[in-house]
Write a new protein. Structure first.
Length: 333
């Protein structure tokens, strides 16, 4: 981790984490918490038959209400990128709590512009315009709207077993048994081959590309709005995508007038190893990049970054209440 932070020029804090953990817990008991959950909508699911009840975290460790120590290999849900109780982030929380925890998104503040400029510089490839939101689902929903406005097409492409969110248009993109729903298919979706060379019905990237061409020929009018790709599939099985397949899909969607959208919600911010972004590992140039989760170490912030010419295709105001406040942008930056 230290070498990754150095490579990407992330400041290493000299101040150490607290050495006394966990602090005494005096909250409600495990059974009391489970009873209170009866008032929460039942669609919220839990890992394990006996749900885990964490109360404190430090670095990569997390503690339950009995003081038992665990290594958190999940990081929230792929969110906690620099660990729990990080001194630098804790200091930002303390400062903003006494200053501006939230302001109207119709106002301006220095941290939003600072972070947008930094993000565009990190992404490169002509990506120079940023929209901020509060979740990955919301960001993907907006990316669909943006692609449709720019291309004037309602057909979108996504991979089988892909996951892109559960709100608005993003629900339409998701192709995973657990999350499938016919209640909200707001776009014409064409499902391309699951790029798993071990379990897919297609054993080579050539066969997968042939399947994609046939799907476009039979399921669209020849023009598409965009192709959504997770550089490494997350909820669909942690499947690294074959680079030749992705490069072939990139060329295919371009021939049909569509945009290439890299969904970096789970893979972004160094989560694929040596590269900060998954699309760089695949050596393709996206038209839109969607990100969330680790962007602010698990705080509610997400972003869509694109080129100005694409951003200008939306000619009406777009509003979101909570996105990119001073706290979230400072944590991200």
């Amino acid at each position: 981790m230290h070498s990754i932070l150095q490579r990407h020029k992330v400041p290493i804090m000299a101040r150490s984490f607290s050495s006394i953990r966990p602090r005494p817990y005096s909250g409600k008991t495990y059974d009391q918490i489970k009873t209170l959950r009866n008032h929460v909508f039942p669609l919220y699911t839990h890992y394990y038959k006996e749900p885990f009840y964490p109360v404190e975290g430090e670095k990569e460790f997390i503690y339950d209400s009995q003081g038992k120590k665990y290594i958190d290999l999940i990081g929230g849900i792929s969110c906690v990128n620099v660990g729990y109780s990080h001194p630098r982030l804790t200091r930002i929380y303390e400062e903003e709590a006494g200053r501006l925890m939230n302001i109207s998104s119709h106002y301006i503040h220095q941290y939003q512009g600072n972070y947008a400029e930094k993000l565009c510089a990190e992404l490169g490839n002509g990506l120079d315009t940023t929209f901020f939101f509060s979740s990955g689902s919301e960001a993907n929903d907006f990316a669909v709207l943006l692609a449709k406005a720019y291309t004037k097409s309602n057909t979108v492409l996504a991979l089988r077993n892909g996951y892109h969110g559960t709100a608005g248009h993003s629900y339409s993109l998701t192709n995973l048994l657990t999350w499938n729903s016919q209640l909200n298919r707001s776009v014409q979706l064409e499902r391309l081959a699951w790029p798993n060379l071990y379990r897919s019905s297609h054993s080579t990237h050539e066969a997968m590309l042939k399947d994609a061409e046939e799907q476009l020929d039979s399921g669209s009018n020849g023009k598409v709005a965009g192709l959504w790709i997770e550089p490494i599939m997350g909820a669909g099985g942690i499947v690294p995508l074959p680079p030749h397949y992705i490069q072939g899909l990139h060329a295919l969607v371009k021939r049909h007038g569509g945009l290439y959208i890299s969904d970096e919600v789970q893979s972004g911010f160094c989560r694929v190893g040596r590269e900060r972004w998954g699309f760089k590992w695949q050596q393709v140039k996206p038209d839109i990049v969607v990100m969330a989760k680790a962007i602010a170490n698990g705080q509610p912030l997400s972003a869509v970054v694109t080129r100005k010419e694409i951003a200008d295709s939306l000619d009406h105001p777009y509003f979101t209440t909570y996105a990119a406040g001073p706290l979230e942008c400072r944590l991200a930056g």
